[in-house]
Design a protein around this ligand. Structure first.
Ligand code: IVH
Length: 471
């Protein structure tokens, strides 16, 4: 089974096998990202896997396992650190990827609360900082411990490390007797560049991005190393508190700011989904000049009484959502087009690309969808709807969002070299030379060789042994 069989087309057996595969991929990805501070896949790829897992579980609720990735946050606390059990779990956020998801978020909250469409309902909107979350516990105004998120229940004790961060006060005046402040540790672009230069000169490890640098710097067994790294902290939430900070999210954040915490200046109160989207666009426009990495905008119900009524799902609050920025795009040269033959005989064009980094991962292959997408014109010269006229040697745009497989999304005709060659889609199967036939109305050309085709027989065998029934 390929990575992108639509969820609606999966049989129950296939869905079960796919859930198993996704659980394995997600647990590996979690360990690499949270445990080793060295991600192996991009955030967009991770989100796509998680979304696919969720969609399959929604379609087949009976297949959802108690240890499903849907119930997992982060990775267990690493060896070497003392462990701290969070007094309240440190959770994750659900994602919204487009405007419809944002409107659905508002609609489902109204439904849950029994609010009419036109009843007032305010949200805060603030940048989603791309760092690592930290929980700070103050007792009688003194910082007593600091813990990373870990698996959401038990985190790593990084108290001495946190004490070296300038944005984290050692003592608070007029604070509640017990106050847990939660927020994000991050590194600015300038500090990241300077750190990497210094690391390089000293022939030490160079970090892939500011998030890894921040995580690697905080999660040090020797706090002196953390002290030498310029980490920062934004407060955006709280855990246990002996008395309420305020009655609204906005006022609570204002209270944290008065206590001496850095809070994000782009936090805004919004009265409608339209206002949320407008602020999202405003923040997105400033993204490149903020000086630190953000990967979306977080929306939270402003009224804390309503937050309490809405409560939590297994790992995410119902009252908040992260509206993610779209995955990154990159331009590169199309070096060749290969044809792959699938289990059903479908001939799929695959772009071989000059390797390019898209959202932190090197991409050298991407799907070109089908014959028409590449061609642009049919055999009579007529224009094909959605056809791009993509030729070998062209500059193409690679896109990787919401799907595990990167896609060729566009072609820059103005950069077409004279030597660019039109691709002739094969009429014979490249594996067994049988006729490759395209039925009227079908976008896909298929090998007619059946089991005499080695590609089809291997793919069918793979499919057969991958079935849960065979286990
Ligand atoms: S609120 C109950 N606000 O995003 C969850 N989280 O993907 C409260 N994050 O674990 C989290 N910026 O590490 C919140 N402004 C922000 C954030 C933010 C970054 C992180 C946080 C969280 C993760 C979820």
């Amino acid at each position: 089974m390929s990575d992108n069989t639509p969820v609606d087309d999966l049989t129950k057996d296939q869905a079960q096998a796919e859930l198993k595969r996704l659980a394995l991929l997600l647990s590996r990805a979690n360990q690499a990202y949270h445990g080793a501070d060295a991600p192996e896949i991009s955030d967009a790829q991770y989100d796509a896997l998680k979304r696919r897992n969720l969609e399959i579980e929604r379609r087949f609720p009976e297949l959802e396992q108690s240890d499903s990735p849907t119930h997992v946050v982060g990775a267990p606390a690493a060896e070497g650190f003392r462990k701290i059990e969070h007094s309240l779990p440190m959770l994750s956020l659900g994602n919204a990827f487009d405007e419809d998801d944002v409107r659905d978020f508002d609609t489902s909250i109204r439904k849950y609360l029994g609010l009419k469409v036109d009843a007032p309902l305010a949200y805060t909107a603030e940048p989603k900082i791309d760092g690592l979350s930290l929980s700070l516990r103050y007792e009688d105004g003194k910082l007593v411990h600091a813990a990373t998120r870990g698996d959401g229940r038990i985190g790593e004790d990084v108290t001495e490390n946190a004490r070296t961060i300038k944005d984290i006060p050692e003592a608070l005046k007029n604070a509640p007797t017990v106050l847990e402040v939660r927020g994000e540790v991050y590194m600015s672009h300038m500090d990241f560049d300077a750190l990497n230069k210094a690391q390089k000169n000293a022939q030490k490890k160079v970090f892939a991005n500011p998030r890894n640098a921040a995580a690697g710097s905080l999660r040090q067994l020797d706090a002196k190393i953390t002290a030498s790294r310029p980490l920062r902290f934004f407060a955006y939430a709280w855990g246990q508190v002996s008395e309420p900070l305020a009655t609204t999210q906005n006022a609570a954040i204002e209270h944290l700011s008065e206590l001496g915490f850095s809070t994000n200046p782009l936090t805004k109160l919004c009265e409608s989904p339209d206002a949320l989207i407008a602020h999202y666009q405003d923040i997105e426009a400033q993204r490149a000049t903020l000086g630190y990495d953000i990967d979306g905008v977080v929306y939270k119900v402003n009224d804390l009484g309503l937050q309490a009524r809405l409560g939590f799902r297994s790992t995410t609050p119902r009252w908040a959502v992260a509206h993610k920025f779209p995955a990154e795009l990159a331009w590169t040269r199309l070096e060749a087009i290969d044809i792959q033959v699938g289990r059903t005989g479908a001939l799929s064009p695959v772009a071989r690309l000059m390797p390019v980094t898209v959202g932190g991962v090197v991409v050298s292959n991407a799907t070109l969808h089908n014959e028409d997408y590449i061609a642009g014109r049919d055999s009579t010269g007529g224009e094909i709807r959605d056809g791009k006229d993509i030729r070998i040697g062209d500059w193409v745009q690679v896109y990787r969002a919401g799907d595990v497989i990167p896609k060729v999304a566009d072609v820059d005709l103005s950069k077409r070299p004279k030597s660019a060659e039109a691709f002739v889609f094969p009429k014979l199967c490249p594996e067994c030379q049988s006729d490759a036939v395209r039925e009227p109305g079908d976008a896909v050309r298929r090998c007619s060789g059946g089991l005499i085709c080695p590609a089809q027989s291997v793919e069918r065998l793979k499919h057969f042994v991958s079935r849960a029934a065979f286990d």
